[in-house]
Design a protein around this ligand. Structure first.
Ligand SMILES: [Cu+2]
Length: 121
């Protein structure tokens, strides 16, 4: 291998490492209610914790209840003290299965979304 080719490979490897860490997407790390959980009492809010800071303008939580009914979630907020966290207050919920759908964008401009389910006794 020539020295030029060797340097080209090293440069490419370094560039890939830098870009993958600088442009990693926001990923959900934990949630309350937690995914797949069964609750004894109705949660008062949804709290989602991500691995990086979120853009408030693109951060939204939606809730679907039993019989696929849309539950109005009025205000999704990105925590000012910890911008990796978004929360939304919930109206009173009755027993059944619920789906939380979330969408957000990290500072690198990549939009991500996901869904999780919980049950209320
Ligand atoms: Cu990204």
């Amino acid at each position: 291998m020539s020295i030029e080719r060797f340097l080209a490979i090293i440069t490419f490897a370094l560039a890939s490492t830098v870009s993958s860490s600088a442009f990693a997407h926001a990923t959900l790390q934990s949630s309350d209610p937690r995914a797949g959980g069964t609750l004894d009492s109705a949660p008062k809010q949804v709290r989602l914790k991500f691995n990086e800071a979120l853009e408030p303008a693109f951060s939204k939580i939606k809730l679907t209840g039993p019989q696929n009914k849309q539950i109005p979630v009025t205000a999704t907020t990105v925590d000012k003290a910890d911008p990796t966290v978004m929360t939304a207050p919930l109206p009173p919920l009755s027993a059944g299965e619920y789906h939380i759908q979330w969408a957000t964008m990290s500072h690198d401009g990549h939009k991500v979304k996901g869904e999780l389910t919980f049950k209320l006794k």
